[in-house]
Design a protein around this ligand. Structure first.
Ligand SMILES: [Zn+2]
Length: 104
C-alpha cells in the first residue's frame, strides 16, 4: 500500500472490534479540523464495494488513507464525528503534527 512493512492501522471496526467511545473528550473539534484537512490533501485509496458503520446506517465507498506508516479507514472520521469515538493518543499526535506542518 504505502510501501511500509508494518503500518499502524486505525479505524477499521467491526462487530467484534469496536471503537473506544469517549463523549467527554475535549480535543474532538480540534482533532477533526486537523483530520479533515489532512484527508483532503491525501490521495484516497478507493476499493470496490460499500462499507457500513457498525453504529448506524451510514454507508460509504470503502476507502483507506495511508501516510507515513499509518493507515486509517475512510469511515474513521465518521465514527469520531458522529459516535464520540476517541482515537489513540499516538494517532492524535500524528494527525495534529501533520496538520501543523501542512497548514502552517
Ligand atoms: Zn455511524
Amino acid at each position: 500500500m504505502a510501501g511500509e512493512a508494518n503500518p499502524k492501522r486505525e479505524g477499521f471496526f467491526s462487530k467484534t472490534d469496536l471503537p473506544t467511545v469517549d463523549k467527554k473528550w475535549k480535543g474532538r473539534n480540534k482533532f477533526l479540523r486537523a483530520l479533515n484537512y489532512v484527508e483532503k490533501e491525501l490521495h484516497r485509496h478507493l476499493w470496490r464495494g460499500i462499507q457500513c458503520c457498525t453504529h448506524c446506517k451510514h454507508t460509504q465507498t470503502i476507502a483507506e488513507y495511508a501516510l507515513d506508516g499509518w493507515e486509517w479507514s475512510g469511515l474513521y472520521n465518521h465514527y469520531i464525528d458522529q459516535h464520540d469515538v476517541r482515537p489513540s493518543p499516538a494517532f492524535i499526535v500524528f494527525i495534529e503534527k501533520e496538520y501543523a506542518t501542512r497548514h502552517g
